[in-house]
Design a protein around this ligand. Structure first.
Ligand SMILES: [Zn+2]
Length: 109
């Protein structure tokens, strides 16, 4: 799934871009050029750096390679939510990463 505006790719199951709120489109329907290497997908976005760092630590503990993309300038207001820190994983490990994500956030509730 890809945001047609931001051109970020998200894991399957996410339907809205967490940055701009646009409805995501299927990867095969996207005709532009991806900003990022196409083997990385966004797993989750955060407003707080420490939350992203915690998830990164969890994923790397499970030997899943993780990329954190932050936004340096926090003074820009974002439309909708404030999720600006992106956690990316490789496509081939996305499924495992989603399971870990589920474990972490289900345990919190
Ligand atoms: Zn977007």
């Amino acid at each position: 799934m890809i945001c047609p505006k931001c051109e970020y790719e998200f894991v399957e199951g996410i339907t809205k871009c967490s940055d701009c709120g646009s409805d995501l489109i299927h990867t095969e329907d996207f005709e532009g050029n991806l900003v990022h290497a196409d083997d990385w997908v966004i797993l989750k976005t955060f407003a707080e750096q420490y939350e992203a760092d915690m998830l990164k630590a969890n994923l790397e503990g499970a030997e899943i390679e993780t990329l954190v993309l932050g936004q340096k300038d926090r003074s820009y207001p974002t439309v909708g939510d404030l999720a600006i820190i992106k956690i990316l994983v490789r496509k081939e490990s996305a499924e495992d990463a989603v399971k870990i994500l589920d474990d972490i956030y289900n345990n919190e509730n």
